[in-house]
Design a protein around this ligand. Structure first.
Ligand SMILES: CC(C)(COP(=O)(O)OP(=O)(O)OC[C@H]1O[C@@H](n2cnc3c(N)ncnc32)[C@H](O)[C@@H]1OP(=O)(O)O)[C@@H](O)C(=O)NCCC(=O)NCCS
Length: 153
């Protein structure tokens, strides 16, 4: 569990629990044109190598889900509830996610992001991720994905 600073003293970042799923799903549907369903969140919550964290006050207001396989972390989902965006919460959740990856033995982390998702790409760049490749028509609506990679320093 970590406190993320004086601006957000009532917000903590902690492991996600089943009771969080309803709120997570609401944020998810509001954040993506192709939202994940409940099963994907549940699966990562209970996977041994899964990472499932939320930033929460009384209820979650953001989250990151992913996993570590051998020395490789994967960030599979990161979102912040719309009214809480642009207040460094995405960065705080990402930092906690990365710390969990390093603790679980990763020395690099990969993610995929829509090429037009400027906000997320900027956030990942500011954390040190670089664009490693591009997947053609990766998303159902035909948009390409950048593959981004961060090497542990
Ligand atoms: C991407 C997302 C998680 C960012 O969350 P956030 O809490 O608003 O981000 P932060 O306030 O921590 O911003 C950190 C950095 O990201 C970048 N950033 C965030 N929002 C941005 C925007 N709208 N435009 C450009 N850059 C932006 C900036 O570099 C920012 O740093 P700065 O404030 O010092 O300039 C949020 O926009 C979101 O949930 N989007 C929908 C879901 C999504 O696309 N997830 C990523 C899938 S790969």
């Amino acid at each position: 569990m970590s406190d993320i600073g004086h601006n957000f003293h009532s917000i903590i970042i902690r492991d996600a629990v089943v009771q969080d799923i309803e709120t997570i799903l609401a944020i998810e549907r509001d954040s993506y044109v192709d939202p994940w369903g409940e099963e994907s969140f549940r699966y990562l919550m209970f996977q041994k190598n899964g990472i499932a964290i939320v930033a929460a006050q009384q209820f979650p207001i953001g989250y990151a889900f992913g996993r570590v396989t051998l020395d490789e972390g994967e960030l599979l989902n990161l979102a912040v509830s719309k009214p809480y965006r642009k207040r460094n919460l995405g960065r705080a959740i990402l930092n906690e996610f990365l710390n969990r990856c390093w603790k679980l033995g990763a020395n690099k982390v990969y993610l995929e992001v829509r090429v037009k998702n400027t906000a997320a790409i900027q956030l990942y760049r500011s954390a040190g991720f670089i664009i490693e490749g591009r997947r053609n028509k990766y998303y159902q609506d035909g948009e390409d994905a950048f593959i981004m990679k961060l090497i542990k320093q």
